[in-house]
Design a protein around this ligand. Structure first.
Ligand SMILES: [Zn+2]
Length: 197
């Protein structure tokens, strides 16, 4: 659990503490929606339900891209919408979001990007980088030029390449185990489903 090199360590520390305070980051023995078990459970919506925390996070993330001449911020729905809104507020630009249409990430709702507009793509959490990459593709198809990608948390261990300069406020290791090979199960505790309580 440490800050990504080059990021301000204080913002990572503060994010970690508000994730813990708001129950967005739980420690224990959890069964994830994938069926895998983990000692950590992360649900960023629980921190973003507080506008003051969302505003702070948007300002911190936006600051990393303040010199990039960003014209608009784009995020994949639903998890990224509040992050895009707050980063856009901090940078004084528009906030757009993409949605899946027939399985393809697309700008809908009449959202438009002018040719060559500089776009920052953001998300709440990067796990595999898949939805950031799909959003970058949607922006590129629409004529935008992606200048960077940001997330509040990177749970990939920092190894994901999305083809654009990437910043995360906090890098977090979230191990996932097959139940048959789960060290926590072997200690005799049983996994709980965080959403079910
Ligand atoms: Zn287990």
């Amino acid at each position: 659990m440490n800050s990504t090199p080059g990021n301000k360590p204080d913002s990572g520390q503060h994010l970690l503490s508000i994730l813990q305070q708001t129950g967005a980051l739980l420690e224990g023995h959890f069964q994830l929606t994938s069926g895998l078990h983990s000692p950590r459970y992360l649900q960023c919506a629980r921190v973003l339900q507080y506008p003051e925390h969302a505003e702070w996070a948007g300002r911190e993330l936006g600051a990393h891209f303040a010199k990039d001449g960003v014209n608009a911020v784009v995020a994949p729905a639903i998890g990224g919408i509040i992050v895009a809104h707050e980063v856009a507020r901090a940078l004084g630009v528009r906030a757009l979001f993409t949605e899946r249409e027939s399985g393809v990430m697309t700008l809908r709702r009449g959202f438009q990007i002018a040719p060559g507009e500089k776009i920052l793509v953001v998300e709440d959490v990067v796990t595999t980088g898949g939805s950031t990459r799909e959003t970058i593709e949607a922006v590129t198809r629409a004529g935008g030029a992606v200048v960077g990608a940001g997330s509040l948390v990177d749970r990939s261990g920092g190894g994901v390449d999305v083809g654009a300069p990437r910043v995360a406020l906090l890098t977090l290791d979230v191990p996932a185990y097959d139940p048959s090979d789960c060290p926590l199960c072997k200690q005799g505790t049983s996994a709980i489903k965080p959403g079910s309580r």
